[in-house]
Structures are given as structure tokens and as C-alpha cells.
Design a protein around this ligand. Sequence first.
Ligand SMILES: [Zn+2]
Length: 319
Amino acid sequence: MERTVIASDIGGTHMRAALVDEHGRIIARREVDTPPNAPVDQMLGEIAALLGGVASQAPAPPIGACVAVPGLVNGDAGIVAVAPNVPAFRNLVLTTPLSAALGLPVSIENDASAAALGESRFGAGRGCRHLLHATVGTGIGGGLVIDGRLYRGAKGFAGEIGHIVIDPGGPRCNCGSRGCLEAMVSGVAFAARARRLLAKGQSPVLRELVGYREPTGADLFHAAKAGDHTCEAEIRHGGHLLGLGLGSLVNVLNPEAVTLSGGMLVMGEMFLAPLRESLFSIAYGPASGTSLRLSALGDDAGILGAAAVAFERAETRER
Ligand SMILES: [Zn+2]
């Protein structure tokens, strides 16, 4: 009988859970909307019901569960310190009540850290003992797998690569600093770039595309694809900056692979070519042999990341 775990991915809009086996195969899954502004008890009740619903479909008792949360998570203590998109999760012990409700060990993990372990177990980094993963979407997150295990740091907050400062005079980041990668390259950053171009009248193509509504990061890309060189230059510059950040990390970590996931990857080579070029141009000896790979896990990256953490936690308990 295959061993299974329950994996869950909690976001600001959806909550997902799945029953996953050791090969990363999803045996059953459920998804519900995240209740907006729900109090803590209601959130905990709904998550327990979601996980319990999936557990009831397991042919044999699952060996553990993991909930991936977008925020600062101390996985060893089972505490979510803060999760901006899920306001109920603030200095909250999430694991104890869920373990009690489900009758099995429940762990939690930052979603991008979980995704890193998921890539190394089931995805583009399969077989890599040393891996750097970056999620490039609305924000920028990341995770580190070192010697085959997720690296969490002293309080579990390791991997926040979105807050590497690239330009101290750059735009203000949500974290309070200026010029973080997330403030310069993410979907939110590209939307801000688009607003600036419109305000200065520098992109007629973009203006025609968005009219007078708020532009998004995707609008910047669509204008670039339609032939707007100013928008294309912004996207290429963003790719270049992310490559600088990732290349710097490669020099520190000497990973076998850098894996990328997230909505920004739809920009394709316009974004990735300058990223690859700057990454490998600054990467020193440690980068020899490092490969840059795109995630193939798609929408299931969060679920499979949580599953990977649940299996790692179970293996640790068994040792
Ligand atoms: Zn920041």
C-alpha cells in the first residue's frame, strides 16, 4: 500500500487540499473559496473540514499533513507569524488544533519554501540535493533545499529572496525597505511601472490598451508584445535585475539547479533571456554546472510542495 499525506495550500482567495502519494500523484482533491475576513475559529474549522474531507477518501490512514501558507511561518513551532492575504493568521498556532481535529501530525510551511521542496521531490529539480527556487508572481518568494532538506533558518523565515535589495534608491517595498527585488520585478512592481509610463505619456500603445482603468503587470507585457519598445525594455530590465539577485545567491549557495515558477513566466523569453544572461554573467565559479529550469508542476506546485514537506516531516519522525 502506497503511503499518503494530506497536502493543503491556503491562499487569499482559494483553499485547496489533496491526498498525495510518495510519487507525487494526486489521488483526491478538494477546493473551496477562502472565507473573506473570517475570524480565526471559523478559518480553523473550515480548514479542518477541508482536510478531513480529503482524509476520508484515503484507502489507508495518511501518515501526516502539511498546510502551506503565504506568509512568515515558523514551521518548527507550528506558528504563522503574519500572512498579509489571510488576516486571521496572526501569531497563530495552527498545527495543534488541526492535529487534534484530524488525529494525525499536521505541519505548516511557508508556501514558497514548500514549493522549493516540492520541486526537488516531484518537479523540475527532481534528484537535486541543492536547489534554489523562486516564485515570481504578484510578489517574489523563494525557498532553499540544502543537502536534500528544506533550509528554514533560525525562526523558519529563510528564503525571502524577494527582499534582497537591488537598488537602495528604488521604489518602496511592502516590507518597508526600498528597491527590494519584489518592489522592482514582481507583478505588483510591473503594474507600478505601467502606471508611471502612463502618467508620463511614454507609451501610447499601453494607453490604448488600458484606456483609463488601472494598469496591471500583464498590461505591460501585452503592450510590449504589441510592439511597444518602452514596455519591452521595462520587462527586459526586470528580468536582468532578477538575474542579478538569483546569480548572487548562486554564488553563495552553489546549487545544482535554480527552478522558477509563477505567473510572470508567461512573459517567456522577453523576461527569461535577460534573466539567464545576467544570472550567468555574474555567477562566479560556484555557478559552473548550475542549470536554470522552469517548474512543470503548474497549478499543483503549492499542493505538491506541501506534500513534500509532510513526507519530510514524517521521515524525520521515523528517524
Ligand atoms: Zn522588501
